[in-house]
Structure formats: structure tokens, C-alpha cells
Design a protein around this ligand. Structure first.
Ligand SMILES: [Zn+2]
Length: 207
């Protein structure tokens, strides 16, 4: 296998860039366009950047890119992080960028806060699964989603916050349980199986 080479791909609208490791320019352009969410023609440039070859097959560590003049948004507070950050009016202890993998944080406080929120989110998911399984035994869970750090019902007019998508016995497509809602959302094609599962009479107007 040929060694992968580093290419810098840039889109013109917001000036976002990425480094792609590929065997040739065309592949790098295609993959870079997809990462930057533009199409092939929307790429401003795709050019070799041999300085990053040593990081093949990627990714290049974010802190290396920051030293080289790239900027990121803090994964926690969205503050702009660049090499000039410590020239701003911030406490110097509060503006030393740190990275966890590809996630970049403006300071260790943001990193700690993010990790704490992630742990709380994981614990809330476990609690939601326990609650769901107690309420609806015998189902198989497909996906669990908790927005934020605790279980809470949706705000007025807001989107779903804590949901479990699952297959009940006899279901082919699935259903969704929303924390705090008395209703289940059931795929149309699963309605007959749903009535059987719940042991209820289908409504008269159902086909
Ligand atoms: Zn931050």
C-alpha cells in the first residue's frame, strides 16, 4: 500500500479547512469536500501539505494545528481558540488550550465541565433504560437519547429531550417512548402488532 500523503482542503465561504490523508489529490478533494460539507466544485483549494505527512494516516493533533495558525471552537463554550488567545483579556490560566482526541477545549475548566456533563449524560441514559425496562418489559431497545445531563420532559413547544426507540414483541419497524409523555409513538405499519401487544381493541376507523 502506498503511503498516505497530507492534503489541505479549504472551502471559500467560511474558510474552514481540513487535513485529509490520501494517495492522490482527487481522493483528498472528494473526502475533504464531504468533511467540509461542500460539493466537489465548492472546494477552494486542495493542495499538498508535506509538513503533516508525519501524522499519516491522521488526524493531525489539534494543538499542532493551533500552533500553526489554525483556529477551533471550544467544544464546551464555543469560544474561539487560536494561537493568539493569550493576548486577549483573559486570565492566562484560563486560556491554555487542551485536547481530548479531536475535541479541543479553551482551558482545562471547560474540559472538566464537558467530561462531567458527559458522565452525567451517561448516568441519565442508564436511569432511562431502567425506567423503560420496568415500564415495558420484553422489548428490545434500539437507541437511547438523552439531551443534557438529566431526565426531563420536553419544554412547552420544544423537541423531544429523552427518548428510547425500541421494538416491542411482534413489531417490525419500531416505536418511540418519550420520557414524561403518556403516549408512545408507533410506526404506522406496526399498529396491528401494537394493539395485540398492549391487548387493546384497535380504534374503529383503523384499516
Ligand atoms: Zn471553553
Amino acid at each position: 500500500m502506498k503511503r498516505l500523503l497530507a492534503y489541505e482542503v479549504r472551502e471559500p465561504d467560511e474558510g474552514h479547512c481540513c487535513i485529509i490523508f490520501a494517495n492522490n489529490n482527487a481522493t483528498a478533494r472528494r473526502e475533504g469536500a464531504s468533511e467540509l460539507n461542500v460539493d466537489w466544485e465548492g472546494v477552494e483549494h486542495c493542495r499538498r501539505n508535506p509538513a503533516y505527512d508525519l501524522y499519516a494516516p491522521g488526524p493531525v493533533p489539534p494543538l499542532v494545528l493551533i500552533k500553526d495558525g489554525w483556529w477551533f471552537e471550544c467544544h464546551q463554550c464555543s469560544r474561539k481558540i487560536d494561537e493568539y488567545m493569550d493576548n486577549e483579556d483573559f486570565d492566562p490560566d484560563d486560556c491554555t488550550p487542551v485536547a481530548s482526541g479531536q475535541d479541543v477545549f479553551c482551558c482545562s475548566t471547560c474540559q472538566a465541565r464537558n467530561h462531567a456533563e458527559r458522565r452525567a449524560n451517561g448516568a441519565a441514559k442508564v436511569a432511562l433504560i431502567e425506567l423503560f425496562e420496568a415500564k415495558f418489559p420484553g422489548c428490545s431497545i434500539k437507541d437511547v437519547h438523552v439531551y443534557g445531563a438529566k431526565l426531563e420532559p420536553r419544554d412547552d413547544g420544544g423537541g423531544m429531550k429523552c427518548t428510547v426507540s425500541f421494538l416491542f414483541p411482534g413489531a417490525r419497524y419500531g416505536a418511540t417512548y418519550e420520557y414524561g409523555s403518556p403516549e408512545l409513538y408507533v410506526a404506522q405499519g406496526d399498529l396491528p402488532a401494537y394493539y395485540t401487544w398492549r391487548g387493546i381493541e384497535p380504534p374503529a376507523e383503523a384499516p
